[in-house]
Design a protein around this ligand. Structure first.
Ligand code: SF4
Length: 363
């Protein structure tokens, strides 16, 4: 075989300044988003790239069961998220499941003559008081028999530490129950026992809990929760704030809207931005405006993200006393600016923040 000819084509010298200027947080964020998008297509799950517009109120994802009703309501109705996604925690969860737990249970399964499947899908409906409740989702790894029939479904979760964990979270138990019921229907088998496996993100210590199917828990706790959630969504009635534990509010992406943050608003509906709250990440504002192109942006957010302001209407600042209105970009501070016309009369009065808008989803 002839030797390949040496590449004699001259190349432009690489400018280190240009490389260094591109090696930054913004370029990483763009690269990471694009990589996730491609990865979802590669893995045959392009639906993860879809924006969640008008999600079916009757459909419940097992991972959302027994969440705070109000948080789930905001999430299903695509309220703008107030915090960035904890992508690092999601990434660790996937890596821990695929690179640590999967090989562990594969070795374990082969010792007992079983096999492992990475995932299975469940999709089934139950009717409660003339309302259809649909449960659809993808399981974590399962130990199966040689016909690929599930023997033990496993739900993998990661936490900072597992040391003080004495029992599984009811939410995780509900999630596994949704899979157990779905697998039992799909394969026409008795509801299999499952395992919830918690791994520590710090030490890799693992704690497991054997979960037996409880008809009472499913029928009296999980299904009624789903029915209440569906009713709230269909009626667009703000449900109660009922987190499993109070500390969850500290990590909630809707705490300002809900009234547990620092904003003066409380018990807000699902649509629009919280007036006066300026900490929305750029990507969340952008995502919300893609979902609801007719939504107006409060002035403070518009001045923070002028690239998003150009294509959308901006809520103006106004004076309740004299009716003075200020364009969004006339007000540079994120606080409450004073009315300049009233100030000329020696009256110091703050311009009003834009009202919480009522925005209906665009068809
Ligand atoms: S802040 Fe707390 S109560 Fe409010 S929606 Fe979030 S989890 Fe629920």
């Amino acid at each position: 075989m002839p030797e390949p000819a040496p590449n004699t084509q001259s190349r432009d010298p690489i400018d280190p300044e240009s490389v260094i200027s591109q090696l930054c947080g913004d370029s990483f964020a763009r690269w990471y988003d694009d990589r996730e998008f491609r990865q979802n297509i590669l893995e045959g799950q392009p639906y993860f790239n879809d924006l969640n517009i008008l999600d079916d109120p009757n459909r419940h994802s097992p991972s959302g069961l027994l969440n705070c009703h109000r948080k789930q309501f905001y999430q299903k109705l695509n309220s703008p998220r107030e915090k960035a996604n904890p992508d690092g925690i999601f990434w660790f969860g996937t890596a821990f499941e695929e690179q640590i737990v999967l090989p562990f249970i594969q070795d374990l399964a082969s010792e007992v003559g079983g096999y492992v499947r990475k995932h299975d899908w469940i999709d089934y409906s139950t009717e409660v008081d003339n309302t259809e409740l649909r449960f659809k989702g993808r399981t974590d790894p399962l130990i199966v028999d040689s016909d690929s029939v599930p023997i033990v479904p496993i739900e993998v979760k990661t936490r900072k530490s597992v040391e003080s964990l004495d029992s599984p979270s009811p939410k995780h138990r509900a999630q596994l129950h949704a899979y157990i019921v779905g697998l039992s229907r799909k394969y026409e088998i008795k509801p299999p026992d499952g395992v919830i496996l918690y791994g520590s993100r710090e030490t890799f210590d693992v704690k497991t809990f054997h979960i037996e199917y409880s008809e009472q828990f499913w029928d009296e706790v999980v299904v009624p929760w789903a029915a209440t959630q569906t009713t709230s969504l269909l009626d667009e009635n703000l449900p109660p704030a009922d987190p499993e534990q109070e500390w969850e509010c500290g990590y909630c992406s809707y705490r300002e809207r809900c009234g547990k943050g620092k904003s003066p608003v409380k018990d807000s509906g699902a649509h629009g931005f919280v007036p006066g709250y300026t900490e929305y990440p750029h990507e969340n504002v952008e995502e919300y405006l893609r979902l609801f192109p007719s939504a107006a942006i409060p002035s403070a957010i518009a001045s923070k993200f002028p690239d998003l302001a150009s294509d959308h209407s901006i809520q103006e600042w106004s004076c309740d006393r004299c009716g003075y209105c200020a364009e969004w970009d006339a007000v540079k501070s994120a606080g409450e600016p004073l009315c300049p016309e009233c100030a000329e009369d020696d009256i110091l009065i703050s311009l009003s923040r834009p009202e919480m808008p009522t925005v209906v989803p665009d068809e």
